[in-house]
Write a protein that binds this ligand. Structure first.
Ligand SMILES: *Cc1c(COP(=O)(O)O)cnc(C)c1O
Length: 487
């Protein structure tokens, strides 16, 4: 289904592998510690990979947020940053880049994606409002709810199936959208939200055909479309790969079409480029004026928005690079390779391969761990113990409790192994795959987790858990037995 990406090469024998279309010029040393020390580190981190220290980590696959490798052009651009509280030339260079890449007239800076969400939700979410979306993101949902709104996920049937060959699992189900409009009335809908490369269901894209259909319905009812463009480059890449009429369209033009169908586009620069930061873009003076005054209040003056001018410079260059197909295809090529290798080995993994990472299905991997004992959290801890690779739990630990204090069980229990752009090599990827396969062969040794410290908001960040038995010790002992004195 996927056509060959430009970051993939074919060997003489026909085998296809991902290839690094860059050379390494600055490096950072990594540590691969003995399994006993990894066990100690995860114990100290409350079985929450967010609480690990990178000195104990070999491959940091927690996230693609702020961890993509910068290009030489990005780093050098930081040298000509213009320090000024207002009127900085750095800002105008970024503004020009945003106008060109996203095609919008008005630009507001924010220090990261969730800061943009704060501002947008404060203005466009009123108590009692509903926000239909292809799928929620953690920080987005928190901001919508804090302002009294409710998120309605209106994805299609295939979206939360682990195994699928649906090319666009991130599509909005238009029948569900019509039903939401009938049920709540257009005046109760703050906006319709599209998230590019839907993060929590495995980096899955939506199609432009779907977006056009939703646009039509939005126009019939005077509704606004808000595009979370944090992973827009990859979504555009998948459209080019998977949507026939875009086969020969440059992703630069696909990006413009996606943004053109939205009244408001916001993004996390931590994902779109490799720098901290974020922003809001619109063509509507009315929307711009509504949002503008909140920027100095929460972020900083309109020409820096909580970012350093150096970051702003690197962001401008990074935005142009987002339209470079060899840059954007890099991470999807590695993810596709990893997903196909694991799938071939019979390991439960989300298909088709999407953006940002390879997603293991923890319920399929650990069917003996009940969802109330957080299989994805347990799998994240177990993989760290046996490999030093840090992934992120995207399951019930990342969910919330209902009014009665019971966990709202997540639709999917995923362990996300992020492939930040241009960071890991193929041999590192092969190491990861080997350890995942070993863990799968020894999966009956992995048990569940329970919370011992649970913050009320976004508990997955700072929460501490403990194993329900001494399974981590047994797992480490088996690893030592099988691997001898190898790490
Ligand atoms: C990361 C992310 C955000 C939040 O951005 P931050 O810069 O981390 O605050 C919002 N939406 C999506 C889809 C994201 O992936």
């Amino acid at each position: 289904m996927d056509k060959n990406g430009s970051s993939t090469i074919r060997f003489a024998g026909g085998e296809q592998i991902p290839v690094e279309l860059h050379k390494v010029r600055i490096v950072q040393k990594l540590h691969l510690k003995p399994v006993e020390e990894r066990l100690e580190a995860i114990e100290k981190g409350g079985y929450n990979t967010f609480l690990l220290n990178t000195q104990d980590i070999f491959l940091d696959m927690l996230t693609d947020s702020g961890t993509n490798a910068m290009s030489d052009n990005q780093v050098s651009s930081m040298l000509h940053a213009d320090d000024a509280y207002s009127g900085s030339q750095s800002f105008y260079r970024m503004e020009a880049a945003l106008k060109e890449v996203f095609g919008k007239k008005y630009i507001l800076p924010a220090h990261q994606g969730r800061a943009a969400e704060n501002i947008i939700s404060k203005i466009f979410v009123k108590p009692g409002d509903v926000i239909p979306t292809n799928y929620h993101f953690t920080t987005t949902m928190a901001h919508i709810e804090i302002n009294g709104g409710k998120v309605l996920e209106i994805y299609g049937e295939e979206a939360v199936k682990i195994k699928s060959n649906h090319p666009f699992k991130g599509n909005i189900d238009v029948d569900k959208l019509r039903a939401v409009i009938d049920e709540y009335g257009a005046e109760k809908i703050g906006f319709i939200r599209f998230e590019a490369s839907t993060n929590l269901i495995g980096g899955q894209p939506f199609s432009l055909a779907n977006m056009r259909e939703v646009r039509k319905i939005a126009d019939e009812h005077g509704l606004m479309i808000v595009l979370d463009a944090s992973l827009i480059g990859e979504n555009a890449w998948f459209i080019k790969q998977r949507e026939e009429e875009y086969e020969n369209v440059h992703i630069k033009d696909i990006l413009l079409e996606m943004c053109g169908l939205s009244e408001l586009v916001y993004f996390s620069s931590r994902k779109v480029t490799s720098t901290r930061g974020g922003g809001i873009c619109t063509d509507s003076e009315d929307i711009y004026m509504k949002l503008r005054d909140l920027v100095p209040l929460y972020e900083g003056f309109l020409t820096y928005g909580g970012m350093s001018v150096r970051e702003i410079e690197a962001m401008a260059v990074g935005l142009y690079e987002t339209t470079d197909e060899t840059v954007i295809s890099q991470s999807p090529a590695f993810i596709k390779y990893a997903v196909e290798q694991l799938d071939k080995a019979g390991i439960p993994v989300v298909t088709p391969a999407g953006a940002l990472g390879c997603h293991l299905d923890a319920m399929g991997f650990l069917p003996h761990v009940r969802q109330e004992e957080y299989p994805a959290g347990a799998l994240a801890a177990a993989l760290f113990i046996v490999s030093g690779c840090r992934g992120m739990e995207r399951g019930t630990v990342s969910s919330v409790r209902d009014e009665d204090g019971n966990d709202i069980l997540a639709d999917m229990e995923l362990l996300r192994l992020a492939f930040p752009r241009r960071v890991f090599t193929l041999s590192q990827t092969l190491f990861l795959l080997d350890r995942v396969k070993w863990l799968y062969a020894n999966r009956e040794l992995v048990g569940g987790l329970k919370f011992v410290e649970e913050p009320p908001v976004l508990r997955f960040f700072m929460g501490r858990l403990a194993p329900v038995s001494d399974w981590p010790q047994k797992l480490a002992a088996k690893f030592r037995e099988d691997f001898g004195d190898s790490l």
